[in-house]
Design a protein around this ligand. Structure first.
Ligand code: MRU
Length: 353
Protein backbone atom coordinates (compact mmCIF):
# COMPACT_ATOMS: atom_id res chain seq x y z
CA UNK A 1 0.00 0.00 0.00
CA UNK A 2 1.38 3.45 -0.79
CA UNK A 3 1.86 5.56 2.34
CA UNK A 4 0.48 8.98 1.52
CA UNK A 5 1.61 10.60 4.79
CA UNK A 6 4.66 9.52 6.79
CA UNK A 7 6.57 11.13 9.63
CA UNK A 8 10.32 10.56 9.64
CA UNK A 9 11.72 10.88 13.15
CA UNK A 10 15.02 12.61 13.79
CA UNK A 11 16.42 15.52 15.79
CA UNK A 12 14.12 17.57 13.60
CA UNK A 13 11.49 15.27 12.14
CA UNK A 14 10.30 15.62 8.54
CA UNK A 15 6.93 15.00 6.93
CA UNK A 16 7.08 12.79 3.86
CA UNK A 17 4.23 13.02 1.36
CA UNK A 18 3.66 11.20 -1.91
CA UNK A 19 3.33 13.96 -4.50
CA UNK A 20 -0.05 13.01 -5.91
CA UNK A 21 0.09 15.71 -8.57
CA UNK A 22 2.69 13.61 -10.41
CA UNK A 23 0.97 10.23 -10.30
CA UNK A 24 0.65 7.93 -12.18
CA UNK A 25 3.55 9.08 -14.37
CA UNK A 26 6.04 9.59 -11.55
CA UNK A 27 6.22 8.32 -7.99
CA UNK A 28 7.94 11.13 -6.10
CA UNK A 29 7.94 11.97 -2.41
CA UNK A 30 8.06 15.48 -0.99
CA UNK A 31 9.96 16.22 2.19
CA UNK A 32 8.08 18.94 4.05
CA UNK A 33 9.91 20.88 6.77
CA UNK A 34 7.74 23.96 7.34
CA UNK A 35 4.11 25.00 7.51
CA UNK A 36 4.30 27.21 4.43
CA UNK A 37 5.28 24.19 2.29
CA UNK A 38 2.66 22.04 3.98
CA UNK A 39 -0.05 24.64 3.29
CA UNK A 40 1.01 24.70 -0.36
CA UNK A 41 1.07 20.89 -0.56
CA UNK A 42 -2.52 20.73 0.71
CA UNK A 43 -3.77 23.65 -1.41
CA UNK A 44 -2.24 22.28 -4.62
CA UNK A 45 -3.37 18.68 -3.93
CA UNK A 46 0.09 17.16 -3.54
CA UNK A 47 -1.60 15.59 -0.53
CA UNK A 48 -5.36 15.24 -0.87
CA UNK A 49 -8.35 13.21 0.29
CA UNK A 50 -10.08 14.22 3.50
CA UNK A 51 -8.37 11.89 6.03
CA UNK A 52 -4.90 12.37 4.48
CA UNK A 53 -5.28 16.16 4.61
CA UNK A 54 -6.17 15.92 8.31
CA UNK A 55 -3.27 13.61 9.15
CA UNK A 56 -0.75 15.72 7.20
CA UNK A 57 -1.99 18.95 8.82
CA UNK A 58 -1.63 17.40 12.28
CA UNK A 59 2.16 17.42 11.77
CA UNK A 60 2.15 21.13 10.79
CA UNK A 61 2.31 22.48 14.37
CA UNK A 62 5.18 20.03 15.05
CA UNK A 63 7.08 21.54 12.10
CA UNK A 64 6.25 25.04 13.41
CA UNK A 65 7.78 24.20 16.79
CA UNK A 66 10.92 22.87 15.13
CA UNK A 67 11.35 26.18 13.28
CA UNK A 68 11.66 28.16 16.54
CA UNK A 69 15.05 29.48 17.62
CA UNK A 70 17.16 27.96 20.40
CA UNK A 71 16.02 30.52 23.00
CA UNK A 72 12.29 30.02 22.45
CA UNK A 73 10.10 29.47 25.51
CA UNK A 74 7.03 27.29 25.99
CA UNK A 75 4.91 30.44 25.59
CA UNK A 76 6.53 31.00 22.18
CA UNK A 77 5.88 27.35 21.41
CA UNK A 78 2.17 27.53 22.17
CA UNK A 79 1.86 30.73 20.13
CA UNK A 80 3.59 29.03 17.17
CA UNK A 81 1.26 26.02 17.43
CA UNK A 82 -1.89 28.16 17.48
CA UNK A 83 -0.63 30.25 14.55
CA UNK A 84 0.24 27.10 12.57
CA UNK A 85 -3.26 25.70 13.20
CA UNK A 86 -4.93 28.95 12.10
CA UNK A 87 -2.75 29.15 8.99
CA UNK A 88 -3.24 25.52 7.91
CA UNK A 89 -6.99 25.85 8.44
CA UNK A 90 -7.01 28.27 5.47
CA UNK A 91 -5.56 25.69 3.05
CA UNK A 92 -8.83 24.01 1.97
CA UNK A 93 -12.38 24.58 3.26
CA UNK A 94 -14.50 21.46 2.70
CA UNK A 95 -12.88 18.40 4.28
CA UNK A 96 -13.74 18.61 7.96
CA UNK A 97 -10.93 16.19 8.87
CA UNK A 98 -8.53 19.12 8.45
CA UNK A 99 -10.23 21.20 11.16
CA UNK A 100 -10.84 18.13 13.33
CA UNK A 101 -7.14 17.24 13.35
CA UNK A 102 -5.96 20.81 13.91
CA UNK A 103 -8.42 21.23 16.81
CA UNK A 104 -7.09 18.06 18.40
CA UNK A 105 -3.51 19.32 18.23
CA UNK A 106 -4.44 22.80 19.49
CA UNK A 107 -6.38 21.37 22.45
CA UNK A 108 -3.58 18.98 23.30
CA UNK A 109 -1.04 21.81 23.30
CA UNK A 110 -3.26 24.06 25.41
CA UNK A 111 -3.85 21.23 27.88
CA UNK A 112 -0.20 20.25 28.38
CA UNK A 113 0.80 23.92 28.61
CA UNK A 114 -1.25 24.14 31.82
CA UNK A 115 1.63 22.36 33.56
CA UNK A 116 3.84 25.21 34.85
CA UNK A 117 7.13 23.27 34.53
CA UNK A 118 6.59 22.09 30.95
CA UNK A 119 9.64 22.46 28.69
CA UNK A 120 9.56 23.17 24.97
CA UNK A 121 10.95 19.68 24.37
CA UNK A 122 8.06 18.15 26.30
CA UNK A 123 5.56 20.28 24.35
CA UNK A 124 7.08 19.00 21.10
CA UNK A 125 6.92 15.43 22.38
CA UNK A 126 3.26 15.82 23.39
CA UNK A 127 2.00 17.22 20.11
CA UNK A 128 4.09 14.82 18.02
CA UNK A 129 2.53 11.98 20.03
CA UNK A 130 -0.93 13.41 19.28
CA UNK A 131 -0.17 13.70 15.55
CA UNK A 132 1.14 10.11 15.54
CA UNK A 133 -2.03 9.00 17.35
CA UNK A 134 -4.21 10.71 14.72
CA UNK A 135 -2.27 8.86 12.01
CA UNK A 136 -2.43 5.50 13.79
CA UNK A 137 -6.16 5.89 14.45
CA UNK A 138 -6.75 6.68 10.78
CA UNK A 139 -4.96 3.48 9.75
CA UNK A 140 -7.18 1.50 12.13
CA UNK A 141 -10.38 3.27 11.04
CA UNK A 142 -9.61 2.49 7.40
CA UNK A 143 -9.22 -1.24 8.14
CA UNK A 144 -12.41 -1.31 10.20
CA UNK A 145 -14.38 0.45 7.44
CA UNK A 146 -13.20 -2.21 5.01
CA UNK A 147 -14.21 -5.02 7.33
CA UNK A 148 -17.66 -3.53 7.93
CA UNK A 149 -18.28 -3.02 4.22
CA UNK A 150 -16.64 -5.95 2.42
CA UNK A 151 -19.70 -8.23 2.43
CA UNK A 152 -21.52 -5.70 0.25
CA UNK A 153 -19.28 -6.68 -2.67
CA UNK A 154 -20.44 -10.05 -3.91
CA UNK A 155 -18.55 -12.41 -6.21
CA UNK A 156 -18.68 -11.03 -9.76
CA UNK A 157 -20.09 -7.64 -8.74
CA UNK A 158 -19.67 -4.44 -10.76
CA UNK A 159 -18.63 -1.62 -8.45
CA UNK A 160 -18.51 2.05 -9.42
CA UNK A 161 -16.41 4.61 -7.55
CA UNK A 162 -15.68 8.29 -8.01
CA UNK A 163 -12.57 10.33 -7.29
CA UNK A 164 -10.04 8.58 -5.04
CA UNK A 165 -10.91 7.27 -1.61
CA UNK A 166 -8.00 4.87 -1.42
CA UNK A 167 -4.72 4.61 0.44
CA UNK A 168 -3.58 7.82 -1.21
CA UNK A 169 -6.48 9.69 0.40
CA UNK A 170 -5.80 8.44 3.94
CA UNK A 171 -2.97 7.30 6.19
CA UNK A 172 -4.15 3.71 5.83
CA UNK A 173 -5.80 1.60 3.12
CA UNK A 174 -8.51 4.10 2.22
CA UNK A 175 -12.24 4.20 2.83
CA UNK A 176 -14.22 3.21 -0.29
CA UNK A 177 -11.21 1.31 -1.62
CA UNK A 178 -10.64 -0.32 1.76
CA UNK A 179 -14.01 -2.05 1.28
CA UNK A 180 -12.70 -3.36 -2.04
CA UNK A 181 -9.35 -4.45 -0.60
CA UNK A 182 -11.10 -6.38 2.18
CA UNK A 183 -13.49 -8.04 -0.32
CA UNK A 184 -10.42 -9.05 -2.36
CA UNK A 185 -8.84 -10.53 0.80
CA UNK A 186 -11.94 -12.71 1.15
CA UNK A 187 -11.08 -14.18 -2.25
CA UNK A 188 -13.89 -12.49 -4.18
CA UNK A 189 -13.40 -11.32 -7.76
CA UNK A 190 -15.26 -8.25 -8.91
CA UNK A 191 -14.94 -5.45 -11.42
CA UNK A 192 -14.42 -1.81 -10.49
CA UNK A 193 -15.34 1.08 -12.76
CA UNK A 194 -13.39 4.20 -11.82
CA UNK A 195 -14.92 7.49 -12.94
CA UNK A 196 -12.05 9.53 -14.34
CA UNK A 197 -13.29 12.44 -12.17
CA UNK A 198 -12.99 15.71 -14.01
CA UNK A 199 -11.35 18.15 -13.75
CA UNK A 200 -8.29 16.81 -11.89
CA UNK A 201 -8.73 13.12 -12.79
CA UNK A 202 -8.23 11.61 -9.33
CA UNK A 203 -10.17 8.54 -10.49
CA UNK A 204 -8.14 7.91 -13.65
CA UNK A 205 -4.77 8.91 -12.21
CA UNK A 206 -4.99 7.66 -8.62
CA UNK A 207 -7.80 5.13 -8.14
CA UNK A 208 -6.97 3.23 -11.32
CA UNK A 209 -3.28 3.22 -10.31
CA UNK A 210 -3.99 1.94 -6.80
CA UNK A 211 -6.38 -0.78 -7.91
CA UNK A 212 -4.09 -1.89 -10.71
CA UNK A 213 -1.19 -2.15 -8.22
CA UNK A 214 -3.41 -4.24 -5.95
CA UNK A 215 -4.41 -6.58 -8.77
CA UNK A 216 -8.07 -5.57 -8.73
CA UNK A 217 -9.85 -5.56 -12.10
CA UNK A 218 -10.35 -1.85 -12.85
CA UNK A 219 -11.77 -0.03 -15.87
CA UNK A 220 -11.62 3.75 -16.24
CA UNK A 221 -14.68 5.48 -17.63
CA UNK A 222 -15.42 9.13 -18.39
CA UNK A 223 -17.73 10.64 -15.79
CA UNK A 224 -20.56 10.99 -18.31
CA UNK A 225 -20.63 7.21 -18.97
CA UNK A 226 -21.78 6.17 -15.51
CA UNK A 227 -25.54 6.49 -16.17
CA UNK A 228 -25.32 4.38 -19.31
CA UNK A 229 -23.43 1.64 -17.45
CA UNK A 230 -26.15 1.59 -14.79
CA UNK A 231 -28.83 1.35 -17.48
CA UNK A 232 -26.93 -1.57 -19.00
CA UNK A 233 -26.98 -3.36 -15.63
CA UNK A 234 -23.20 -3.33 -15.26
CA UNK A 235 -23.17 -1.58 -11.86
CA UNK A 236 -24.36 -3.48 -8.78
CA UNK A 237 -23.30 -0.88 -6.23
CA UNK A 238 -21.55 2.48 -5.93
CA UNK A 239 -19.11 3.28 -3.13
CA UNK A 240 -17.47 6.67 -2.68
CA UNK A 241 -15.73 8.50 0.14
CA UNK A 242 -16.80 11.81 1.69
CA UNK A 243 -15.18 15.06 2.74
CA UNK A 244 -17.76 16.17 5.30
CA UNK A 245 -20.97 14.53 6.49
CA UNK A 246 -23.55 16.71 8.24
CA UNK A 247 -25.49 15.53 11.30
CA UNK A 248 -28.42 14.42 9.09
CA UNK A 249 -26.23 12.33 6.75
CA UNK A 250 -25.97 14.78 3.83
CA UNK A 251 -22.49 14.11 2.49
CA UNK A 252 -20.08 16.37 0.60
CA UNK A 253 -17.74 14.58 -1.78
CA UNK A 254 -15.98 15.24 -5.07
CA UNK A 255 -18.07 17.11 -7.62
CA UNK A 256 -20.11 14.56 -9.58
CA UNK A 257 -20.98 12.39 -6.60
CA UNK A 258 -24.43 13.95 -6.26
CA UNK A 259 -25.23 13.20 -9.93
CA UNK A 260 -24.18 9.58 -9.39
CA UNK A 261 -26.55 9.30 -6.43
CA UNK A 262 -29.46 10.57 -8.55
CA UNK A 263 -28.60 8.13 -11.33
CA UNK A 264 -28.31 5.34 -8.78
CA UNK A 265 -31.81 6.07 -7.51
CA UNK A 266 -33.20 6.08 -11.03
CA UNK A 267 -31.65 2.67 -11.75
CA UNK A 268 -32.19 1.05 -8.34
CA UNK A 269 -28.45 0.79 -7.66
CA UNK A 270 -27.44 0.98 -3.97
CA UNK A 271 -25.27 3.99 -3.19
CA UNK A 272 -22.80 3.79 -0.28
CA UNK A 273 -20.53 6.34 1.36
CA UNK A 274 -17.51 5.00 3.27
CA UNK A 275 -16.02 7.42 5.81
CA UNK A 276 -14.44 7.48 9.27
CA UNK A 277 -16.05 9.32 12.19
CA UNK A 278 -13.51 12.16 11.70
CA UNK A 279 -15.43 13.04 8.51
CA UNK A 280 -18.70 13.74 10.38
CA UNK A 281 -19.47 17.31 11.36
CA UNK A 282 -22.24 17.06 13.94
CA UNK A 283 -22.07 20.82 14.51
CA UNK A 284 -24.02 21.38 11.32
CA UNK A 285 -27.54 20.10 10.80
CA UNK A 286 -27.57 19.60 7.04
CA UNK A 287 -25.57 19.70 3.84
CA UNK A 288 -26.56 23.26 2.89
CA UNK A 289 -24.16 24.50 5.57
CA UNK A 290 -21.12 22.65 4.19
CA UNK A 291 -18.65 25.13 2.66
CA UNK A 292 -17.89 24.15 -0.93
CA UNK A 293 -14.43 24.91 -2.25
CA UNK A 294 -14.28 26.84 -5.52
CA UNK A 295 -11.08 26.20 -7.43
CA UNK A 296 -9.35 28.10 -10.19
CA UNK A 297 -10.71 28.12 -13.73
CA UNK A 298 -7.49 26.80 -15.26
CA UNK A 299 -8.27 23.35 -13.85
CA UNK A 300 -11.24 23.25 -16.23
CA UNK A 301 -9.86 25.14 -19.23
CA UNK A 302 -6.54 23.25 -19.47
CA UNK A 303 -5.52 19.62 -19.62
CA UNK A 304 -1.84 18.83 -19.11
CA UNK A 305 -0.97 22.47 -19.91
CA UNK A 306 -3.00 22.52 -23.16
CA UNK A 307 -6.03 24.79 -23.49
CA UNK A 308 -9.28 22.86 -23.98
CA UNK A 309 -11.54 25.91 -23.86
CA UNK A 310 -11.31 29.39 -25.42
CA UNK A 311 -9.22 31.90 -23.52
CA UNK A 312 -11.24 34.17 -21.25
CA UNK A 313 -14.33 31.93 -21.16
CA UNK A 314 -16.31 31.97 -17.90
CA UNK A 315 -15.80 28.87 -15.74
CA UNK A 316 -17.62 27.49 -12.73
CA UNK A 317 -15.44 25.04 -10.79
CA UNK A 318 -16.84 23.84 -7.45
CA UNK A 319 -14.60 21.01 -6.17
CA UNK A 320 -17.38 19.26 -4.24
CA UNK A 321 -21.12 18.71 -4.19
CA UNK A 322 -23.49 17.46 -1.53
CA UNK A 323 -25.45 14.21 -1.80
CA UNK A 324 -28.71 14.28 0.15
CA UNK A 325 -28.95 11.65 2.86
CA UNK A 326 -32.12 10.32 1.24
CA UNK A 327 -30.05 9.25 -1.79
CA UNK A 328 -27.59 7.30 0.38
CA UNK A 329 -28.36 3.64 0.99
CA UNK A 330 -25.92 3.44 3.91
CA UNK A 331 -22.81 5.05 5.36
CA UNK A 332 -20.01 2.62 6.18
CA UNK A 333 -17.93 3.81 9.14
CA UNK A 334 -15.32 2.24 11.41
CA UNK A 335 -18.04 1.83 14.04
CA UNK A 336 -20.47 0.03 11.77
CA UNK A 337 -22.92 0.66 8.95
CA UNK A 338 -25.76 3.22 9.22
CA UNK A 339 -28.53 2.28 6.84
CA UNK A 340 -30.91 4.99 5.62
CA UNK A 341 -28.84 7.61 7.45
CA UNK A 342 -30.63 10.32 9.40
CA UNK A 343 -29.81 12.48 12.42
CA UNK A 344 -30.96 9.97 15.05
CA UNK A 345 -29.25 6.94 13.50
CA UNK A 346 -25.99 8.82 12.98
CA UNK A 347 -25.97 10.20 16.53
CA UNK A 348 -26.67 6.72 17.87
CA UNK A 349 -23.78 5.20 15.89
CA UNK A 350 -21.24 7.90 16.66
CA UNK A 351 -21.98 8.54 20.30
CA UNK A 352 -23.22 5.21 21.65
CA UNK A 353 -21.01 2.62 19.95
O1 MRU B 1 -10.10 17.27 -4.01
P1 MRU B 1 -9.73 15.95 -3.39
O2 MRU B 1 -8.96 15.07 -4.30
O3 MRU B 1 -9.07 16.15 -2.03
O4 MRU B 1 -11.12 15.25 -3.12
C1 MRU B 1 -11.13 14.01 -2.48
C2 MRU B 1 -12.45 13.37 -2.40
O5 MRU B 1 -13.44 13.92 -2.81
C3 MRU B 1 -12.51 12.03 -1.72
O6 MRU B 1 -13.53 11.25 -2.25
C4 MRU B 1 -12.77 12.25 -0.22
O7 MRU B 1 -11.83 13.13 0.31
C5 MRU B 1 -12.76 10.98 0.54
S1 MRU B 1 -11.15 10.35 0.73
C6 MRU B 1 -11.18 8.96 1.70
Amino acid sequence: MPQAVKWMDGTDGVLELIDQRRLPGEFITLLVRDTRRLHEAIRTLAVRGAPAIGVAAAYGPVLALQSLGANATTVDGLKAIVEACDFLATSRPTAVNLFWALDRIRHKAQKVCQHPQLTLGELHEAILAEANAIRAEDIEMCRAIGRHGEALIREGAGVLTHCNAGALATAGQGTALSVMFEAQKKGRSFKVYADETRPLLQGARLTAWELQQAGIDVTVICDNMAGWLMKKGRIDLIITGADRIAANGDAANKIGTYSLSVLAKQHGVPFYIAAPSSTFDLSIAGGAEIPIEQRESREVTHLGGTATAPEGVAVYNPAFDVTDAQNITAIITEKGVVENPDTARIRELLTER
